[in-house]
Design a protein around this ligand. Structure first.
Ligand SMILES: [Zn+2]
Ligand SMILES: [Zn+2]
Length: 326
């Protein structure tokens, strides 16, 4: 399924089989999770690296042809995340911050991704997955971006004992479980009057769930904003206790409205989370089975990728959407 023009529906296309380079594995795509970033690219809110483009960066793949160094053998199941390649040389790569690499290439934006039957990926950036008996393909796919970017955002929350999650979608439903496992109380904020979403959050253990226009019953130590709505940032800031942090976890957001300095005063802060490091990926995928993180999944056949994106835009399902192999 190919994005030919931003703002236009994805189109089915028959492409030549991808040819792996020496560092790449050739993969059969067994499942591919859908991320809001895919929707931003589809809708033209983010620039694609090239067009036509194959979206998709939560790929569960089976190695058909190994890389030259033999990092992953034929038949192995691996995960391909958003971070597709880094230079290894810039000041960010050399200081453990490859997520900020100046020349980074991203799966499903700069490199054709997983809305396909076959793909190639640099073997050094493929992640080992937990055992298939614990995490079948459809259940593990949403961990590969929603899970691990959420995990990176949760680490930015530090020792928070009261955590707000603004936008209770694919990522928040996973982070909620990890936070509770770490003895943190979760406060879930959905679109106003989204009672199904609030009930879903309570089922997953949130101590409170309400609309994003509501004030939580206690001030929060940290809040992660997953929804792409800039107006939520000052709202989350007002929900914080002194010293608290608002963490913006999305790649794109509408403009943040101005707010009085008093809302930031007393050592409150606002920060963003960008991309992931391979270390985040391996740490989270090792932690997930211990929690254990359970994914709520709605599946779509590959040919229905455009419908899946439309449903994500409309907030039509709880949890995560995953494309199945043909
Ligand atoms: Zn670099
Ligand atoms: Zn993503």
């Amino acid at each position: 399924m190919v994005l030919e023009t931003a703002g236009e529906p994805l189109q089915p296309a028959e492409l030549p089989d991808p040819v792996p380079g020496p560092d790449d594995v050739l993969l059969r795509v067994r499942a591919c999770g859908i991320c809001r970033t895919d929707l931003h690219l589809r809708d033209g809110e983010l620039s694609p690296g090239h067009l036509p483009l194959v979206l998709g960066h939560q790929i569960v793949g089976e190695v058909l042809a190994p890389d030259a160094a033999g990092l992953h053998e034929a038949g192995t199941r691996v995960g391909v995340p958003w971070l597709g390649w880094t230079c290894g040389e810039c000041r960010y790569c050399r200081s453990g911050r490859e997520n900020l690499c100046e020349r980074a290439r991203f799966t499903g934006r700069d490199i054709d991704g997983g809305y396909a039957e076959l793909t190639v990926a640099d073997a050094r950036f493929c992640l080992p997955l937990p055992p298939e008996r614990d995490y079948p393909d459809l259940q593990v796919a949403p961990l590969l971006c929603g899970g691990l970017i959420g995990y990176r955002a949760l680490q930015m929350a530090g020792e928070a004992s009261r955590l707000g999650l603004y936008g209770f979608g694919a990522s928040a439903h996973l982070v909620c479980q990890v936070a509770i496992h770490q003895d943190c109380k979760v406060y879930a904020f959905t679109r106003p009057r989204d009672e199904a979403g609030q009930a879903f959050a309570r089922e997953l253990g949130a101590v409170w769930a309400g609309g994003s226009d509501e004030t939580p019953p206690q001030p929060l130590d940290a809040a992660i904003v997953f929804a792409p709505a800039g107006a939520l940032v000052p709202a989350a800031l007002r929900a914080l206790a002194p010293g608290g942090t608002v963490i913006c976890a999305g790649i794109h957001m509408s403009d943040i409205p101005s707010f009085p300095y008093a809302d930031l005063w007393r050592e409150r802060s606002i920060r963003s989370v960008a991309n992931l490091t391979r270390e985040d990926g391996t740490a989270f995928l090792a932690l997930a089975p211990q929690v254990p993180v359970r994914t709520t999944v709605t599946t779509y056949e590959l040919a229905r990728a455009e419908q899946a994106l439309a449903d994500l835009r409309a907030g039509a399902f709880e949890g995560a959407a995953v494309l199945t192999a043909i």
